[in-house]
Design a protein around this ligand. Sequence first.
Ligand code: 13P
Ligand code: SF4
Length: 352
Amino acid sequence: TYFTMTEEEMIERVRAVKKKLGDRLYIPGHHYQKDEVIQFADTSGDSLQLAQQSANNRDAEFIVFCGVHFMAETADMLTESHQKVILPDMRAGCSMADMADIHQTEKAWDRLQSLFGDTVLPLTYVNSTAAIKAFCGKNGGATVTSSNAERMLEWAFAQKERILFLPDQHLGRNTAYTLGVPLEQMAVWDPIANKLEYDGDLDAVKVILWKGHCSVHEKFTVDNIRSLRVNDPEMKVIVHPECSHEVVQQSDMAGSTHYIIQTIQNAEPNSAWAIGTEMNLVNRLKKNHPDKRIISLNSNMCPCLTMNRIDLPHLTYALEKIAQGDPQNIITVDSETTEYAVKALERMLARA
Ligand code: 13P
Ligand code: SF4
């Protein structure tokens, strides 16, 4: 029914629910969300900012999270028990988070313990399930986001000799490389084959990268950069660190969505930028900065299909169900998982 409504009608209904619920309702939205959704967000941010804001919000009864499932789980774990976190469409997952399953991780951990003894600290990108965060929390580790990955890897290296980095090999590799770890000291854990990919002497291994990736950011390639350098040499290339190591190396700058936004905001008028990140954010930057020349690094544009599942019809539905006293799509993480996952999150938030 919501899909047959006109946009104007949905907008009116969303406004009506927001007015009716007032401070009982809070709508955070990730930078990758569609404009039709972001226009109603009480706050927008990158993964770190949204986690911080969830941890600080003690009042709203209903948090309608416009982002993907792992973000809503994190919000649930960081808020109080009387607060309900709602994901407008339950199908809004993250393929990267799904690449690290807790059973695979436990198997990998056993193997890594037998190879390296008690020298490994697990870190997980927040783009992971609550169970993986709990696994890290239980084993002395922490979560990281693309905004604080360097700081968290430094922290981890102060605790243990080696890091297991889940689930995004690219963020792990790019960050460790920036901190001076050579590629030859990074091994890859293949969770499907259940084995370590590494040719050299195991004693040299400093980082074990889980073999996961983001299907959106892998679409930005070295060829994209090469052809841009030839056809439009004025363009500066800025990418998200979920892009491959080669792409990050050949770019002019790399950083989180927040970093990308700040860089474009502070750039000279008339400057030209090719951006390697999700399409909705690139389009928004283009619209907000008409004085700058902005394109997507991959001319096909790159949408995150699961982020895009949150749209105006789903938002309207979720809000109206709350207003009717029948909230749907409530995200709850069990208390044992929450206890350990919060340890991992708090170790990050204390240093963010
Ligand atoms: P950040 O918001 O940390 O930049 O992460 C991007 C992302 O892929 C979220 O899913
Ligand atoms: Fe997951 Fe990539 Fe989409 Fe972010 S952009 S939600 S990492 S699939």
